[in-house]
Design a protein around this ligand. Structure first.
Ligand SMILES: [Zn+2]
Length: 63
């Protein structure tokens, strides 16, 4: 199943993962999000894993 998450403005980068279920997607989003944040906006304050989970849970879309 495909999942996507749009990084908040002004970034608007779309993170896409292929996952078995929501939990799997969450783990992949966290891993991808860490890499993306490091590459795309290294100057933003790093988010805690719990905060990332909340953000992805609220914003991720299936398909
Ligand atoms: Zn971003």
């Amino acid at each position: 199943m495909k999942y996507s998450f749009k990084c908040p403005a002004p970034c608007n980068y779309e993170i896409k993962v292929d996952a078995q279920n929501d939990d799997d997607a969450m783990n992949k989003f966290i891993a991808a999000g860490k890499v993306h944040a490091k590459e795309a906006h290294p100057n933003t304050t790093p988010m805690s894993e719990q905060k990332m989970k909340d953000m992805f849970k609220a914003g991720m879309k299936k398909g």
